[in-house]
Design a protein around this ligand. Structure first.
Ligand SMILES: Nc1ncnc2c1ncn2[C@@H]1O[C@H](COP(=O)(O)OP(=O)(O)O)[C@@H](O)[C@H]1O
Ligand SMILES: Nc1ccn([C@@H]2O[C@H](COP(=O)(O)OP(=O)(O)O)[C@@H](O)[C@H]2O)c(=O)n1
Length: 217
């Protein structure tokens, strides 16, 4: 069986992490949610209250622990739940647009993929982090459905929001992510588009497992 890397990119709340986690579990691969890494640096930025990113990064240690998904440690503190809160979400696209931040995280992410066997999701995985990934997916869904899904996520996490506000926030974040200067969100030329609108998690997982099976041989 051939060892491969799978890159999953796309806009906010398209279903990338949910599907990446399931595909990794089914294929006994390592799941990496790169958005969580940008969120962890955003939390450090909010706590530091200055925008000297070089200085900030020199004091940052990020660890990902596989745990039926992924837990995130920022300087040994478990911030997995904290980084989903509204203040982090509102600032993450700004922090992710910084050259120093992207250089730091892309290096770290590329090291994780060297031995293959990784399912990595984010915004620039197929274009920048693993341009030679054997399977690249560009996952999309209507903004209405993405806002509804995120509202359910927030309800479960006890995070306050409304669907209308989420729709506006998601559209704004997508715009920032697609128009930033360094590795903006875009579909790699060789990525396959998967639209999850109106699809169940099981249907999408099956579809991607079939695509992966073709690559694994
Ligand atoms: N067909 C589907 N594919 C993926 N996620 C879905 C689907 N239908 C509903 N969902 C829900 O949508 C949300 C997607 O969020 P998430 O996976 O965090 O997206 P992303 O990583 O793209 O931001 C999850 O709560 C998930 O349960
Ligand atoms: N590879 C990546 C992953 C995330 N990001 C940034 O991190 C933010 C949060 O990513 P996320 O995957 O946690 O976002 P959600 O769609 O889960 O809300 C994105 O809006 C991007 O600004 C990025 O720039 N590059």
């Amino acid at each position: 069986m051939k060892k491969i890397n799978i890159a999953i990119d796309g806009p906010a709340a398209a279903g990338k992490s949910t599907i990446a986690k399931k595909v990794a579990a089914a294929l006994d691969m390592v799941y990496v949610d790169t958005g969580a890494m940008y969120r962890a640096i955003t939390l450090a930025y909010l706590e530091a209250d200055h925008d000297d990113f070089e200085a900030l990064l020199s004091h940052i240690d990020i660890r990902l622990i596989s745990d039926n998904g992924q837990r995130v440690l920022l300087n040994e503190e478990d911030v997995t739940e904290r980084i989903r809160e509204n203040d982090v979400t509102a600032h993450v696209s700004f922090v992710a647009s910084q050259a120093a931040v992207r250089g730091f995280l892309v290096d770290l992410q590329q090291q994780m993929t060297l031995d293959k066997g990784v399912v990595m999701d984010g915004r620039d995985i197929g274009t920048t982090v693993i341009p030679d990934a054997e399977l690249k997916i560009y996952m999309v869904a209507s903004v209405e459905e993405r806002a509804l899904r995120r509202q359910l996520d927030n309800d479960m996490r006890g995070i306050s929001s409304t669907v209308e506000q989420l729709k506006a926030d998601i559209a704004h974040r997508d715009h920032l992510d697609m128009t930033r200067e360094i590795s903006p969100l875009s579909k790699a030329d060789d990525a396959l588009v998967v639209d999850t609108t109106g699809q169940s998690i099981e249907q999408v997982t099956e579809k991607i497992l079939k695509m992966a099976a073709e690559k694994i041989g």
